[in-house]
Design a protein around this ligand. Sequence first.
Ligand code: FA5
Length: 341
Amino acid sequence: MLEQRIRELEAAFLARISSAQSSEELEAARLAAFGRKDGAFNQISKEMPRLEPEERKRVGMLLNSAKQSLERALEARKEREAEAALEARLDGEWIDLTLPASGARRGHLHPITQIQRELEDLFVSLGFTVLDGPEVETEYHNFDALNIPPDHPARDMQDTFWLEGGNLLRTHTSPVQIRGMERLGPPLRMIAPGRAFRNEAVDASHEHTFYQLEGMMVDRDVSVAHLLYFMKTLLTAVFGREVTVRLRPGYFPFVEPGFELDIRCLICGGDGCAVCKQSGWVELLPCGLVNPNVLRMSGIDPEEWNGFAFGLGLTRLVMMRYGIDDIRWLQSGDLRFLEQF
Ligand code: FA5
């Protein structure tokens, strides 16, 4: 009787194990067969004590072999389940390495470069040429030819990084005026964006390395009105709206008369902050009519030609346009800052 039941149970459970559709069904089959409380084989074990020793031995052996065959079947199914799960996972993770990368972060131009290019486009449309000049300059181009001879007190206005052999890191982009006049002669309309270097203490509005955009026009009968026209066109293009400016006398040996064009601070609206040094105004655009001495030294006759020149503080302009309250952010290389532009 008992032996018959064991064989039937073994066959039934083998069928159930092989037809199980999921690991849950498999577990249910295992519990139904071997569960401590209600497992079918446990029920049989409970009935064994009442058998005769000979029969008990036979039934016991049959019971063990049935259990072992079911355990092997369960194990084999589990292994197959695990393999199938792994295959499914690998299928899901399959990637085509020949596809272009997705989600790659794209870089963009630095805000200074963006505004520099906007201004280049603007001035090219006004008939100006874009010139480049060396960052390592001769003393002659950076100072002497701009009417700043040795021992002139104006040399102290710009703290200079001197290099071995008497050259220097240009303290402004004005030497490109000289190179432009030497190379192209009059009439001349040029701009020269680029880096300038000064050996000075760094703070919220001063860097040792910063950008300027030089501009120069040499022609016949150039007046302050021409200068103001171009300055206004420039500022309107950059800010896209009216900005409050003031013009005051400024001294630069290479212009006469010289002006400082200041802009009402856009960081604080004129109330005073670290960028405008609490004055409400930011120095942005020193300019003037070209000093006849400068024209003469570059081989241009000041009786026939005159002109204007300006030296825009490009880094400060970028600060005003975007409301950046510390110049050091711009060259920090900090992506959290740069990603905003
Ligand atoms: C000059 O450099 C003259 N070459 C400008 C000029 C050109 C005048 C042509 C007349 C005709 P200044 O030292 O003021 O001038 O500098 C010009 C501008 O550069 C300043 O208004 C300011 O906006 C910017 N600038 C000067 N020093 C720094 C600095 N350390 N950090 C950032 N910007 C600066």
